[in-house]
Design a protein around this ligand. Structure first.
Ligand code: SF4
Ligand code: F3S
Length: 106
């Protein structure tokens, strides 16, 4: 399974969604998640993210370990997204900023 991690928050470029062959991305207000029950580990989305926010679960850093259950939880609550859309205003400025988890909107 691949996991969307912190740097997606407030960047949400959505380049990742169009390459997924099984439509496992789900969209919230300022973050995307991957449904771990649908992801087939094809690896296609990982290089698509300009914010480098998508990580294989085996490569998750300790500080991002909590994003694994967070993806699973929010994938159940949020709708599927399959088409790319414009990034939110200020996405570039938020790229790489620390401590974005507290800004996550549900
Ligand atoms: Fe979709 Fe493949 Fe990415 Fe999994 S690894 S989320 S199946 S594109
Ligand atoms: Fe987020 Fe990267 Fe996709 S910023 S929306 S994981 S392209």
């Amino acid at each position: 399974t691949f996991v969307v991690t912190e740097n997606c928050i407030k960047c949400k470029y959505t380049d990742c969604v169009e390459v997924c062959p099984v439509d496992c991305f789900h969209e919230g207000p300022n973050f995307l998640v991957i449904d771990p029950e649908e992801c087939i580990d094809c690896t296609l989305c990982e290089p698509e993210c300009p914010a480098n926010a998508i990580v294989a679960e085996d490569d998750l850093k300790a500080e991002h370990a909590h994003f694994k259950p967070l993806n699973a939880e929010l994938a159940k609550a949020w709708p599927v997204i399959t088409e790319r859309k414009d990034a939110p205003e200020g996405a570039k400025d938020w790229d790489g900023k620390p401590d974005k988890l507290k800004l996550l909107e549900r």
